[in-house]
Design a protein around this ligand. Structure first.
Ligand code: PEP
Length: 251
C-alpha cells in the first residue's frame, strides 16, 4: 500500500520571516498528522529556519534543487551534503521551470538524482509534457523519454526511494488542471514504463504525485485516482489553509 505524499513547492517565494509564519501555521494543524507524508520545500535561504521549526513534528523538509557534485568550484550552487546537514530528506529535481529556464536536461536530472540518492536524499523527479507536445499527440513519447532518461541506472532500491511527480507543463501555475482521467492515464503510463525498467512489483510500489494547479477544490478527485499518490503543490502551498485542505484531501 503506497502512502500518499503531498509536497509544497514554495519556489522563489517567502523571506525567512514569512516562511516561519507559514510553517508555524502548518504545524498548528499538521504536527501530529501521520496519514499522509507532508513535505515542505522552502527556498534555500529559509531551509535552516523551517528545519528548526519542524523538529519533533511529522512534517518533512525538502529542497527545490541541488548540484550533483559533492563540493567544489560551482559558484551559487548547493550540494546534497549541505541539504542533509539541515535535515532535508527530499529534493525536487527536474522541475519544468528548471528545465525551461536553466536548461536542465534528463541527463542532468539523472546525475542529480544519483547524487541525491548517494547522500540518502529522496529525489522527487518531475516529468511532464508541454501543451504543444500534448496537442501533437506526443505525451507517451515525451513522458517515456523523460522517465527513462531521468532515472537511468537507478537500482530497484534507489527507484523505491524516489518519488516521481507528473506535472503537465501547461497546468503549472496556469489554473488549468489536467482532468483526473488525463492525469490517471499518464500515471498509469509511468507505471508501465517502470515495469519495463524494473518489474511490476517496483512499478506498483513507487509513488507518483500529480502537480499542476492543484487546489482544495480539485485535490480530492485527483488523489482518488488509483495511480495518483498525492501532489506536488505550487501556488496553493503558499497559503496555509489551502495547503492543509489539500493535504487532508489525500486521506
Ligand atoms: C509546481 O510548480 O510544482 C506546481 C504544481 O505549481 P502550481 O501548483 O502553482 O501549478
Amino acid at each position: 500500500m503506497r502512502k500518499k505524499i503531498v509536497a509544497g513547492n514554495w519556489k522563489m517565494n517567502m523571506t525567512t520571516a514569512e516562511a516561519a509564519t507559514l510553517v508555524t501555521a502548518l504545524k498548528a494543524d499538521l504536527a501530529n498528522f501521520r496519514e499522509v507524508e507532508v513535505v515542505v520545500c522552502p527556498p534555500f535561504t529559509a531551509l535552516a529556519t523551517v528545519s528548526e521549526l519542524i523538529q519533533g513534528t511529522h512534517l518533512d523538509l525538502g529542497a527545490q534543487n541541488m548540484h550533483w557534485e559533492k563540493n567544489g568550484a560551482y559558484t551559487g550552487e548547493i550540494c546534497a551534503g549541505m541539504l542533509r546537514e539541515l535535515y532535508c530528506h527530499y529534493v525536487i529535481l527536474g522541475h519544468s521551470e528548471r528545465r525551461q529556464y536553466f536548461g536542465e536536461t534528463d541527463a542532468i536530472v539523472n546525475r542529480k538524482a544519483q547524487a541525491a540518492l548517494a547522500s540518502s536524499l529522496h529525489p522527487i523527479v518531475c516529468v511532464g509534457e508541454t501543451l504543444q507536445e500534448r496537442e501533437a499527440g506526443q505525451v507517451e513519447a515525451v513522458i517515456t523519454t523523460q522517465v527513462q532518461g531521468s532515472l537511468a541506472g537507478l537500482s530497484a532500491k534507489e527507484m523505491l526511494d524516489s518519488v516521481i511527480a507528473y506535472e503537465p507543463v501547461w497546468a503549472i501555475g496556469t489554473g488549468k488542471t489536467a482532468s483526473s482521467e488525463q492525469a490517471q492515464e499518464v500515471h498509469a503510463l509511468i507505471r508501465q514504463v517502470l515495469t519495463g525498467l524494473y518489474d511490476a512489483t517496483v512499478a506498483q510500489a513507487v509513488r507518483i504525485q500529480y502537480g499542476g494547479s492543484v487546489k482544495p477544490a480539485n485535490a480530492r478527485e485527483l488523489f482518488a485516482m488509483p495511480d495518483i499518490d498525492g501532489g506536488l503543490i505550487g501556488g496553493a502551498a503558499l497559503d496555509a489553509k489551502s495547503f492543509i485542505d489539500i493535504v487532508r484531501a489525500a486521506v
